[in-house]
Write a protein that binds this ligand. Structure first.
Ligand code: FAD
Ligand code: NAD
Ligand code: ISD
Length: 427
């Protein structure tokens, strides 16, 4: 015997928090909804973990960044869930799921049944061991995906003041953590296999702007290579990172950010999978009509890209897919298929950028790549399909978003280059 709910959200991250808010707005009754999470804390704004949480002074701490403050919405504390009659089942890992029987089984052996399931299991950080690097359990190797990882990272940072860190990976985690480490007065070497940082999104010119800025803050880049092993001391702590060419980098700590894998495992063989995620339709409904999937784990049709199926790993899509799924569940007749403009952003040091759309086609850069109000448009078939801007204000970002949404026609590429953000303002 176990517990039974009308609605179960599996996973207690960003998407779960925004789904809970939408359920509450739409009037879920006490006892109908439960959230099951492996984490020990109520849903929170995960982006804070690589930003405010790592600050040396006045760091962000829970309960300040529970969802849904990242969207200037209500802050859902554990008390809020109790008041709403929403059951938070924390510190609980679901180890199996049966979508035919509509049951989940926890690691402790409890069976929880549902009428409607929302899968919001997000993703896990890839480990170096998966790339053939032998990893010890060294306490000074840090990954960053969840609250426990961030808590450990902060404690390691506090022991390394004035010391050295090696950051493995040149993606979002690598860039944001490197900036945070520098702010904590730790000297950083970044190592990654590509020719420049943020290779999934940045052009070489955009990357060069950020790398130059990081270098001005003392960050050293080692590009086009990977590590092969670690050297440990007698306590098991990493003391050196050894690269493939034999270079040895002495270090006090290591941060690893080498990508993620969506947590689809419980549902493989039961639900359709595409692009590494659980495939859903425009209502976030999976191949089983009682099961929905949202956030990092969901692959959904993006209307703007001709309903191409995409899996996005960003907080805005987690928030909006979650709200949309709940609307589709509670009031299906009132909503149409999800119509989403992909939106990514980051903040490092005093820099801040936003990107909208798709990074395909020809790139036209604009603006001042020295002073810092600069960006790029991606143009495909004569129309703007993607736009990036560093150092804009609210109106600038709204303008580039609109330009992508409308797929503005580009007649004269020179004009786009010259006008920059102002070109988008004509949208
Ligand atoms: P998650 O927020 O990862 O939540 C998944 C939850 O499911 C977790 O609580 C997990 O413990 C739980 N879970 C998984 N499997 C099980 C199971 N079997 N049983 C029980 N519970 C389970 N995006 C941006 O756009 N901008 C940013 O600035 C930004 N910063 C980020 C900083 C960091 C450090 C990280 C890690 C990510 C960042 N992201 C950012 C990405 C963004 O946070 C994710 O896209 C978003 O969190 C996805 O939400 P989600 O709910 O799908 O998954
Ligand atoms: P990522 O995909 O952004 O970057 C992975 C990086 O790992 C690559 O750029 C590459 O440099 C490196 N890499 C890959 N294989 C490697 C190997 N074998 N050895 C060394 N380096 C290797 O992933 P991430 O930086 O780990 O971020 C994890 C997740 O968190 C992503 O989903 C990301 O979107 C999310 N995140 C987003 C933000 C944001 O949007 N601002 C901030 C932090 C994290
Ligand atoms: O979107 C975000 C973001 O970048 C954060 O740091 O949400 C968090 C919150 O703003 C933290 O309060």
């Amino acid at each position: 015997m176990g517990r039974a709910f009308v609605y179960v959200i599996l996973g207690g991250g960003v998407a779960a928090g925004y789904a809970a808010l939408e359920f509450a707005r739409r009037g879920v009754s006490a006892g109908e909804l439960c959230i099951i999470s492996e984490e020990s804390v109520a849903p929170y704004e995960r982006p804070a973990l690589s930003k405010g949480f790592l600050l040396p002074e006045a760091p962000a701490r829970l309960p300040a960044f529970h969802t849904c403050v990242g969207s200037n919405e209500e802050r859902l504390t554990p008390k809020w869930y109790t008041e709403q009659g929403i059951e938070l089942v924390l510190g609980t890992r679901v180890k199996s799921a049966d979508v035919k029987r509509k049951t989940l089984t926890t690691a402790a052996g409890e069976t929880i049944s549902y009428k409607i399931l929302i899968i919001a299991t997000g993703a896990r950080a890839l480990k170096l061991g998966e790339f053939g690097v032998r990893e010890s359990d060294a306490e000074n190797i840090c990954y960053l995906r969840n609250f426990a990882d961030a808590t450990k990272l902060v404690s390691i940072i506090q022991t390394c003041n004035g010391g050295n860190a090696v950051v493995i990976g040149g993606g979002y985690i690598g860039m944001e953590c490197a900036a945070a480490l520098v702010t904590n007065r730790i000297k950083v070497t970044m190592v990654f296999p590509e020719a420049h940082c943020m290779a999934r999104l940045f052009t070489p010119k955009i990357a060069d702007f950020y790398e130059t800025y990081y270098e001005s803050k003392g960050v050293h880049f080692i590009k086009g290579t990977v590590l092969s092993s670690f050297e440990n001391d007698s306590d098991g702590k990493v003391t050196e990172v050894v690269l493939r060419d034999g270079t040895r980098i002495p270090t006090n700590m290591v941060v690893v950010g080498i990508g993620i894998r969506p947590n689809t495992g419980l549902f493989e063989g039961q639900l359709a999978i595409e692009k590494g995620g659980i495939k859903v339709n425009g209502r976030m409904q999976t191949s089983n009509s009682s099961v929905f999937a949202v956030g990092d784990v969901a692959s959904f049709p993006v209307k703007l890209f001709g309903s191409d199926i995409r899996r996005l790993e960003h907080v805005d899509s987690a928030r909006k897919t979650a709200s949309h799924a709940v609307s589709a569940i509670i009031a299906p007749e009132t909503i149409s298929d999800f119509d989403y403009l992909p939106f990514f952003y980051s903040r490092v040091f005093t820099l801040s950028w936003q990107f909208y759309g798709d990074s395909v086609g020809e790139v036209i850069h604009y603006g001042d790549f020295v002073a810092g109000r600069c960006g790029a448009y991606w143009i495909d078939k004569g129309r703007i399909v993607g736009a990036f801007l560093e150092g804009g204000d609210r109106d600038d970002y709204a303008a580039i978003a609109e330009a992508v949404k409308l797929k503005m026609v580009v007649k004269e590429k020179g004009e786009v280059e010259e006008l920059g953000v102002e070109f988008a303002s004509r949208a």
